[in-house]
Ligand binder design. Structure first.
Ligand code: 6PG
Length: 479
């Protein structure tokens, strides 16, 4: 076996297969390996004409097919299967070689694996890959972590196979050491959940409050996609909404069960945010909305609960309402991204990753599921001020939200009156109002905590911690 392959891919299900083809189409020799060799041979048979592949059957053959330092990419299920593959290959590798995990791994697992393999001199690169099967083949957005040294060797190859942003720059950046790449990918997915939830709420409001049909709503989304909401998710929403079920002739959305599933990356985003103390309420509502949709029995048992008797607006009001929904969607979207970037920044501080938020927004402009014209503006905001405390502190975004807020509030009034749930819009507005509030009821919370547990509080006018003798004469003592 000649050791000529610049990269090897093991795990040739759809994502692995398409990434392998993408490397080969870009001129790299790609070694292939899969637990069942039939899949390896099928790939060569079907796509061998696209580039140079080296089909291998055993782990030893696979490793020997790679040039040094070896770049071995694993594309298997996250969790135990990933550990099993690492255990199989690591003993066959030498110092300086690298293992690249392109699955949706939890960043804590990536940190552990990186630490374990570092002892053997092996670079472990946990990398986010976004864009689904289509992206894997034609150019994904890639979010690698790992050592700087590994990026020097692997980065140029990733840049070649990645999506290109509208200005031509590759959608890949070295996010930071160990788990930084998988952390960034996790938050990408959390934002993806929030984006999808907000779009879902907009759809339901247009349907249940304004009375539009799915086909009409598809047209509204198409129009929005030519403006500031221009994004992949808005584009595919129009496609899904205009699709008609061949079997029944009904709108496709009406024949699909309304129970959203999840593989878990959105949930991780919220779990980690809780640990880091970062309020990602919009993302959390998106995760909870999926969970609620799945509780079929609970929903069935609650269907008779009384709702409002408000009437939907007439035709003439519907168009104006749709414009307001666009404002609410855009403003809520700004809040979701604000929360997601806050989480990345907090993770970066916690784990010493030094993640460049501007670079992250730049690589999300192409290839990934949340790609959107809007990300160019986020990048501009961070370029202008890398220490921006929050996206809402950016003057342009602040002005846009100020212009949208009346409509945003009106949409929520209508949603509430008609009894249409809009937890994403509502959480986003509450976050916005809470951040700009002069005083929050947290002062009362502190008083209650001090009352029942002597947990102490701080005063607005003096340094130090204080406790009031609630059960006694209510005098104040310094704690
Ligand atoms: C991507 C997607 C991809 C995937 C997730 C989300 O960036 O290409 O985010 O990773 O679709 O698995 O799936 P769930 O909705 O099932 O959590």
């Amino acid at each position: 076996m000649s050791n000529s392959a610049q990269i090897g891919v093991t795990g040739l299900a759809v994502m692995g297969r398409n990434l392998a083809r993408n490397f080969a189409r870009n001129g790299y020799t790609v070694a292939l390996h899969n637990r069942t060799a039939a899949r390896t041979h099928a790939l060569v048979e079907d796509f061998g004409h696209e580039g140079d592949f080296v089909a291998t059957e055993t782990a030893k053959e696979f490793v020997e097919a790679l040039e040094r330092p070896r770049r071995l990419m694993i594309m298997v299920k996250a969790g135990e299967p990933t550990d099993a593959v690492i255990q199989e290959f690591a003993p066959l590798l030498e110092p300086g070689d690298m293992i690249i995990d392109g699955g949706n791994a939890h960043f804590e697992d990536t940190r552990r694996r990186e630490r374990d393999l570092r002892g053997q001199g092996i670079h472990f690169v946990g990398t986010g890959v976004s864009g689904g099967e289509e992206g894997a083949l034609n150019g994904p957005s890639i979010m690698p972590g790992g050592s700087k040294e590994s990026y020097a060797s692997l980065g140029p190859m990733l840049e070649k196979i990645s999506a290109k942003a509208p200005d031509g720059s590759p959608c890949v950046t070295h996010c930071g050491p160990d788990g930084a790449g998988h952390f960034v990918k996790m938050v990408h997915n959390g934002i993806e959940y929030a984006d999808m939830q907000l779009i879902g709420e907009a759809y339901q409001l247009l349907r249940d409050v304004a009375g539009y049909s799915p086909a009409q709503i598809a047209d509204i989304f198409r129009t929005w996609n030519t403006g500031r909401l221009d994004s992949y998710l808005i584009e595919i929403t129009a496609e899904v909404l205009s699709h008609v079920d061949a079997a029944t002739g009904k709108p496709f959305v009406d024949v699909v069960q309304d129970r959203a599933e999840q593989k878990g990356t959105g949930r991780w985003t919220v779990q980690i945010a809780l640990d880091l103390g970062v309020p990602v309420s919009g993302i959390a509502e998106a995760v909870f909305a999926r969970s609620l949709s799945g509780h079929a029995d609970l929903r069935a048992a609650s269907r008779e609960l009384v709702g409002p008797r408000a009437k939907p607006p007439g035709e003439s009001e519907a168009a104006a309402f749709a414009d307001r929904v666009e404002q609410a969607l855009y403003a809520s979207k700004i809040v979701s991204y604000t929360q997601g970037f806050h989480e990345i920044s907090a993770g970066s501080d916690q784990y010493d990753w030094d993640i460049d938020l501007g670079a992250v927004s730049a690589i999300w402009r192409g290839g990934c599921i949340i790609r959107a014209a809007f990300l160019d503006r986020i990048r501009a905001a961070y370029d202008a001020r890398p220490d921006l405390p929050s996206l809402l502190s950016d003057e342009t975004f602040a002005q846009e939200i100020a212009a949208a807020q009346d409509d945003w509030r009106e949409v929520l009034v209508a949603a509430t009156r008609q009894g249409v749930p809009a937890p994403g819009f509502s959480a986003a507005l509450a976050y916005y109002d809470a951040l700009r509030a002069d005083r929050l009821p947290a002062a009362l919370t502190q008083g209650q905590r001090d009352f029942f547990g002597a947990h102490t509080y701080r005063r607005v006018d003096r340094e130090g911690s204080f406790h009031t003798l609630w059960g006694g004469d209510r005098s104040e003592v310094e704690a």
